[in-house]
Design a protein around this ligand. Structure first.
Ligand SMILES: C[S@@+](CC[C@H](N)C(=O)[O-])C[C@H]1O[C@@H](n2cnc3c(N)ncnc32)[C@H](O)[C@@H]1O
Length: 302
């Protein structure tokens, strides 16, 4: 997604090193490797073991120029230190879920296929969607649906889940999606009625916003001077976190507005290269409708 725009901003070239923090199928990594021939290097991270394997397979022709690791981009500083790189010339984070994950029915991300309510990107973790649906309180479920899914019927759906699970646990995508269809009022809809509930659960299972916040605490430190960071987000909650962090990183001082003397010890880390977020072209949205809510923001280390 936004592949050309990302490559234009990250200005790949020979001898450069890049971090693809959400390698997925390896699309951005491949573009960066091709454009930084003959010796530019990329490390690709993903929490999903299948993505790590898929990107390794796809990019094996680049040999030692590409390294793939299972891990969260929030741990990028430590992972970069482990491989002896410490800093890079460019970072790309393409947030959210991959087409491969949505299109793998057994992963439980989609309401379109019957499967266990799983939704874990990293299958080593214990918490999955079934545990949340059957174990969290009504108030916790309502909050997840309202905040992460912006679901207007959050309360009604949470209530129905709690009533239903008293009779039998809700363990499959189909059982949950049928419940949401039954409970949500209205017939004429643009999206499937369970879209927001499934999105909310996925974000909760994978602690997606918490991981992004953890990265944004000190993510600028992964960049060399004049190194660039591009982040593509898919919903307003993610974009707000990125916008706020990039604004903070761009400020020369973070003292409270009324402070007379600066005591924060902060200094400007980056300058913004996108005053407004970049959106995919109409052509890209036509080819891939999932791209329609993507927003790209880019900063450069000073
Ligand atoms: C939109 S896809 C990336 C697609 C990729 N750019 C490509 O070209 O195929 C997002 C990927 O990020 C991964 N992911 C999500 N959160 C992550 C995190 N905190 N750390 C590492 N990977 C993460 C997901 O498992 C998924 O594979």
């Amino acid at each position: 997604m936004l592949a050309r725009e990302v490559a234009d901003f990250l200005i790949p070239g020979p001898g450069k090193r890049f971090l693809d923090g959400t390698v997925g199928g390896g699309g951005h990594s491949e573009a960066l490797l091709l454009a930084s021939s003959p010796d530019g290097q990329v490390i690709g991270l993903d929490r999903d073991e299948e993505a790590v394997t898929a990107s390794r397979d796809r990019l094996q022709c680049f040999e030692s120029r590409f390294v793939a690791r299972q891990g969260s981009f929030a741990d990028a500083p430590e992972i970069l230190a482990e491989i002896g790189w410490h800093t890079v010339d460019g970072v790309i984070l393409d947030l959210g879920i991959s087409s491969h994950q949505i299109d793998s029915p057994e992963r439980g991300f989609s309401f379109r296929a019957e499967a266990r309510l799983d939704m874990r990107m990293d299958r080593r973790q214990e918490l999955d969607a079934a545990r949340i649906v059957n174990g969290y309180t009504e108030a916790e479920l309502e909050k997840i649906f309202r905040v992460f899914g912006e679901e207007p019927q959050a309360r009604r759906i949470a209530r129905a889940i709690v009533v239903e699970r008293e009779i039998r646990p809700i363990e499959t995508t189909e059982a949950l999606s049928e419940l949401v269809v039954r409970v949500k009022p209205g017939r004429r809809r643009e999206h499937h009625p369970a879209t927001q509930v499934f999105q909310a659960l996925r974000i909760a299972v994978n602690r997606e916003l918490a991981e992004l916040e953890r990265f944004l605490e000190k993510g600028y430190a992964t960049l060399r001077p004049r190194g660039r960071m591009a982040i593509i987000s898919f919903h307003s909650l993610e974009d707000r976190l990125v916008k706020t962090a990039f604004r903070k990183w761009s400020r020369p001082c973070i003292c409270p507005p009324r402070a007379i003397i600066c005591r924060c010890g902060w200094s400007q880390k980056v300058k913004s290269l996108t005053k407004k977020p970049v959106s995919p072209s109409a052509l890209e949205i036509e080819i891939n409708p999932r791209a329609r809510s993507a927003k790209l923001r880019v900063v450069e280390r000073i």
